[in-house]
Design a protein around this ligand. Sequence first.
Ligand SMILES: [Zn+2]
Length: 446
Amino acid sequence: MFAVAIAVGFAETGTAEALVFRHVNVVPMDEERVLREQTVLIEGGRIVSIAPAADAEIPDRATVIDAGGQYLMPGLAEMHAHMPGQGDDRRYRENVAFLYLANGVTLARSMLGAPVHLQLCQQLADGSVDGPRLISAGPGLGGNIQTPGEGIRVARQQAEAGYDLLKIFWGMPHDAFNALAEAAHAANIEFSGHVPGAVGVPRALEAGYTTIDHFDAYMPTLVDSDETEGVDGGFFGYRYAPYVRDERIQAIAEKTRDAGVWNVPTETIMHSAFAVDLETVREDRPEFRYMPQGVVDGWVNWVTNFRNQDHYDQEAGDAFIQVRLDLIKALHDAGAGLLLGSDAPQWFNVPGFSVHREMAVMESAGLSPYDVLKTGTVNPAEYLGEEDVFGRVAEGLKADLILVNGNPLEDLAHAQDIEGVVRHGRWFSREDLDERLDEIAARNEN
Ligand SMILES: [Zn+2]
C-alpha cells in the first residue's frame, strides 16, 4: 500500500553470545497485547524463541536477565534524525549515536548526509561504534539543482555512492525536480524530505515521494487561495493557520493515503519554534547536559531571534500547532502512514530524548499509545519493506529491543523508563548506559 524505501544497507554483525530474559512481559506490537511471564532467548543478534517461562530451556553460558515485572518492546526508530557531519568532531558524532541508543532508538534515518556518514553506517552495523542502525540520505538537494541534467546526474551519483535516499530541500525548479524524480526511480533510490514551492504537495504525492517531512507545503493546500491573497505564509506556512478549512484537512489526508506517501511530522521542532517557554527551557530539559554548550546556546539564540522578528505572529503560531495536531489525527483516521521523527539535534531536541517528547505530542493529537508506538516500530519496518526483519518482538526478528519498567501501552512515559537496550543481540544495561551518559555530560562541562 505504501511506498517502500529501497534499503541498500550494511550487513549487521550480531554477537554470538546468548542472552535470556526471564519472567519478562513481552509487548510484541503485532497487536495491542502483552504476553505475560515469558522467557525470551536471543542468539546471534536474533530472537530465537519466546515461550512461557515454564517451558523454556536456557542454554549454558547465556547471560540471564531476571526481568520480572518489566516489559520487552521493540527498539524505536527516529525517522528524521541528523548526524553531525563532515566538519564536526568525530567524538561528537559518536556521542550523538550513543544518545540515540541510550534512549532506545535502534534505527535512525539521517536526513542530511555526508561521505563520513557512509563510514559511520558501516561502523554502527559492525558494532565498532555503539548506536542505532543508520540509514542515510545524501547531501541536500535544493537550490543547488537548477536544471533537469543536474537532477538526473545527482540522483545517479548519490545512488551509486551508497546513500539510502535523496534529501530534497527548497529552491529546485519544477522541471529539475521532475527529471530528478524520474532518475531516482530508475536508479532505485527513494527521495524524501521538503517539498519545493515550485512543486507543491499534490505533485509531490503524484511524483512518488516516500516521505514528506515536517508536513512541508501542506499549509497552502489547507486554505482557499482567494482568502489568503497577499498573506505571506512564512515559516512552514504558519501564517495560513487562521484560514485553514477543516474539510481541506480531511481531503488532503485522504489524498495522502491514496498516494501511499508517509509523513514524518516532527512536531517537537514546531513546538520549539512557537510553544516552548524560553525562560525555563534550560531547567525544563535536563538532557541539555548531554549536548555541547555551544549547540544549546545556538538553539536558544535561533528561537529567540525567530520570535523577535518584526512580523512574528504568536496567535498564528498557536493556531498552526493546533492545525498540525488536527492533521496528524486526520491522517491517522484516514489510514495514511505516519512515522516517528523529531528532527534531532535541532532546536531543543537532544538526540533520543526528543523521540519520547515527540511521542507525547502525537498522543496529544488523539492517537492511542499503541498507535503512537507503531509509528516508531512496525511502520518504519513497513517503510523499509522489512516487516520480517525488525519492528516487532517475534521469533526470527533482529534483537533490537528495549527493556522498560512499565507497560508502554498503558503509559507512553514508560517507554523512556529504560532498564536496558539490546542492540543486535548485545545487552546495554542501565549501568552501562549511565556510565557512558555521565562521561558525555562530564566532557561537555569542560
Ligand atoms: Zn531535519
